[in-house]
Design a protein around this ligand. Structure first.
Ligand SMILES: Cc1nc(C(=O)O)sc1CCOP(=O)(O)O
Length: 204
């Protein structure tokens, strides 16, 4: 099964993020709370709202803040270069699914060696989120996916029309932000991603 991850924008009202997440969660595998400017307490409140909106705890991934993930009993954490290491977290909290965000082959190898469950690699295409930084493209994705043994989730500018190319390049899943959270019709957008992933028979 190919994974579909959604990432919060960090700039939307929380109510909008929770509302859209509640509409689409049946069709996605993971919803990342990536709210870098917010304190742990606020991130915890967002998790509470997601849970109240029936988003399953196992689908919730907290960016960076392992403390919040453990306290709220959610499914996973997504680590950045400035986060605690995958090794430290896996040793203490083996029940957490640990993703590492990477931008180079060396970072991906290190994540694998440290016991990360998967990496998110990007950005593949141009995206407003990484303005002015050259996209890494499909060839780098292909090289990286061939070189590590853990799943590689692709991120950055991925529209439904890109999905097949990205999966053909070796990604085991995709992560998207603006195309869903800024969509006029988030539910049909997510369904379109699923179709492109060859999973139009997705059951929920
Ligand atoms: C959060 C994030 N990380 C990236 C990376 O390359 O590490 S790209 C990205 C943003 C992805 O947003 P969109 O789907 O709107 O392009």
């Amino acid at each position: 099964m190919k994974e579909l991850h959604l990432i919060s924008t960090g700039s939307q009202p929380i109510e909008t993020f929770v509302h859209i997440s509640s509409l689409v969660h049946s069709y996605v595998d993971y919803i990342h709370v990536r709210e870098k400017h917010r304190a742990a307490k606020e991130i915890g409140m967002i998790v509470e709202k997601l849970l109240e909106a029936s988003v399953p705890a196992q689908k919730i991934v907290i960016n960076d803040r392992v403390d919040v993930a453990v306290v709220y009993g959610v499914g996973g954490v997504q680590l950045a270069y400035h986060s605690l290491s995958a090794k430290q977290i896996k040793e203490r909290f083996p029940f957490l699914r640990v993703g590492q965000s990477v931008h180079t082959f060396a970072e991906a190898k290190q994540a694998e060696n440290e016991g990360a469950d998967y990496v998110i690699f990007g950005h593949i295409y141009e995206t407003n989120c990484k303005e002015g930084i050259k996209p890494r493209g499909l060839t780098s994705l292909q090289e990286l996916a061939c070189s590590v043994h853990i799943p590689v989730v692709a991120i950055g500018g991925i529209t439904p029309m890109h999905v097949r190319d990205v999966l053909t390049a070796g990604a085991t899943g995709i992560a998207v932000m603006s195309t869903v959270y800024y969509a006029d019709h988030p539910l049909s957008t997510v369904q379109l991603y699923r179709q492109q992933m060859g999973e139009d028979t997705w059951t929920f």
